[in-house]
Design a protein around this ligand. Sequence first.
Ligand SMILES: [Zn+2]
Length: 97
Amino acid sequence: MERKEVIKLFKEIVKELGLEGIRIRIVPMKRKIASFSFKTKTLRVNRRVTELLDYELVRYIILHELVHFKINDANHGKRFLKNLGNITPKKMRKKSK
Ligand SMILES: [Zn+2]
């Protein structure tokens, strides 16, 4: 995806989750796909990755990171999965089963 599209998608997801004051930085990263800083409320997404992936996958990556922020939990426990499940499109939920 192009940078412009990623930013647009990011804004849509932030709105969908009812979050505020979150920034995105699309930067080349060596080892990670994405990371979220609770401290600066900044989502960092690896530019090398977004350039390669399509809409659905980039959407999933952004959602994943922002759900961590929404529930204020960096782990992947039940609460995280429940929240992510609620906002993942049915189409994708089926695939992951
Ligand atoms: Zn995670």
